[in-house]
Design a protein. Structure first.
Length: 306
């Protein structure tokens, strides 16, 4: 078990057998070790600063003999890309920040969410500052892509001409997660003017939302959106979302959002993609899978906007 601040401090997680740890000091039967890749927020005059996160463990659990690294199976429901401080108790000041990428929801409380995240052979457990809703947040890691070859662990990308896919009068379907945690399919129509338009109703009133789209080679850029109601009032804000198409079949256009690349993507990690469905039935099947009882399966390919 990992303890915060001292040998008998609050439990904040565990380190798995076979993990490599760096011992900072030993006091009696306890050892203080570094927790890799994680910072600890500290209150200071005028704000918050970050220091390296450390934890205390039973010194007798450490050794120099190599043993196989075999972490236990994940528990809870996997979500990803939510930014929050995490504390050992509800409404306490956090001792680490969630990293971008996957983590597990263990328990949902009215004011906070109990989460677990693994990094470098460690698992940190605690309560988020605010309840975590939704399977995917906006705190995305840089997309894991290659611009040459197909490295181990990545999937080969294929050439896609997005202009021919997102042609005028084509409809694409976005899988969207609602505020209550359900999944729905939104229909977006490609107009002759080169816009992506969705028509819906809210509070009994019809509205239209539009993005301007730029299409060149495998690149798609969404600009907008602008929303107009039936009485003519409108709301717009500036947002630019850059996508690169990496695969295509009869039902799906697979894109890597926010890919920071200068050349063609040759390989990608499927966990970093978003799917624009080309058939309503495929989108509804994905919504049904996403709505099934929570597991530690991969996160649904939802559209999260810019």
């Amino acid at each position: 078990m990992l303890h915060l601040d001292e040998a008998d401090g609050p439990e904040i997680g565990r380190v798995f057998a076979g993990a490599h740890v760096r011992v900072l000091r030993i006091e009696g039967s306890a050892a203080e070790i570094a927790v890799p890749e994680l910072d600890r927020p500290r209150r200071v005059q005028g704000g918050v600063t970050n220091v390296a996160l450390t934890a205390w463990v039973d010194a007798s659990s450490l050794g120099t003999r190599e043993v196989p690294f075999s972490p236990p199976p994940l528990e809870g429901r996997t979500v990803r890309d939510h930014y929050s401080r995490v504390a050992e108790r509800v409404e306490s000041f956090g001792f680490f920040y969630l990293r971008c990428g996957p983590f597990q929801i263990l328990e949902q409380g009215p004011k906070s969410t109990r989460v677990a995240q693994r990094v470098g052979g460690f698992e940190l457990v605690g309560w988020s500052e605010l309840p975590i809703r939704g399977s995917r947040g906006d705190f995305r890691c840089p997309a894991r892509v290659a611009e040459e070859g197909v490295p181990v662990g990545l999937t080969e990308a294929h050439s896609v001409d997005v202009a021919s896919v997102l042609r005028a009068d084509r409809t694409v379907h976005w899988l969207v997660e609602t505020n209550d945690g359900s999944y729905v399919c939104q229909d977006w129509h490609v107009t002759k003017k080169g816009e992506l338009r969705h028509t819906g109703r809210a509070n009994g009133e019809r509205f239209e939302t539009e993005y301007s789209i730029e299409r060149e080679g495998s690149r798609v850029v969404l600009l907008g959106p602008t929303t107009r109601t039936a009485n003519g009032s409108g709301l717009g804000y500036g947002c630019g979302a850059d996508y690169r198409a990496v695969d295509l079949d009869a039902d799906r256009l697979v894109l890597v959002p926010h890919a920071n690349v200068t050349r063609t993507i040759t390989a990608y990690d499927p966990d970093d993609t978003e799917v624009w469905f080309l058939s309503e039935s495929a989108c509804k099947e994905a919504a049904a899978r996403a709505s099934s009882p929570p597991t530690v399966a991969s996160v649904a390919p939802v559209h999260t906007g810019c």
